[in-house]
Write a protein that binds this ligand. Sequence first.
Ligand SMILES: *Cc1c(COP(=O)(O)O)cnc(C)c1O
Length: 221
Amino acid sequence: MGINKENFERIISELQSTGTTLVAVSKTKPVTDIEELYKQGQKDFGENYVQELTEKLPQLPPDIRWHFLGHLQRNKVKYIAPFIHLIHGVDSENLLKEIDKQGRKFNRVIDCLLQVHIAREETKFGFNADELQDLVTKINKGSLVLKNVNIRGLMGMASFTNDTFQIRSEFSYLAGLYQSLQPSFPDFSVLSMGMSADYSLAIECGSTLVRIGSLLFGARG
Ligand SMILES: *Cc1c(COP(=O)(O)O)cnc(C)c1O
């Protein structure tokens, strides 16, 4: 337990030159660790589980910006809608509609990233390029209206591999998609890619936000 201050300082200085945002991923870690990093000046924290997040929330400073990173079930959106700063893993139109509905209920416009499936591993989560294009078309035609959602960018996770050539090609692909979609959304400025193992590569490929857990808080059990 306890945070790794040397890694934190090294990462912060690494991110400075490119203006990349650091989200400290605190899932499964105690609130005491979050407090410790907060005292070092860190304000953006990311969690993957709704219940864990809502339990930690009242125990921590109110100016923390909470990011939701994991797969979000529609029936749980209501619990985070009042306070969440950015939802990274939006992977379906139905989830967007639910976030919009809850945003309206709490009188907020909720910032979201669309998750893109870029890794080789099979997963149900994330849009592919065609699905993203369909979504843009619907929004442009007005057949999908999301007044209480602001789509701010894209999020992706590279394959779980040591093959840096593979990782680089996945990140570059995502960065290309991000650039091609930018004209379609007024506030598109966040490309969330890179974790402890691959954040430097992600920054080289154009990431604007990295999500780092184990380098800051130690390995998860
Ligand atoms: C857990 C997690 C991270 C952080 O992973 P580390 O390898 O510990 O840095 C980043 N992004 C997502 C979506 C995660 O689930």
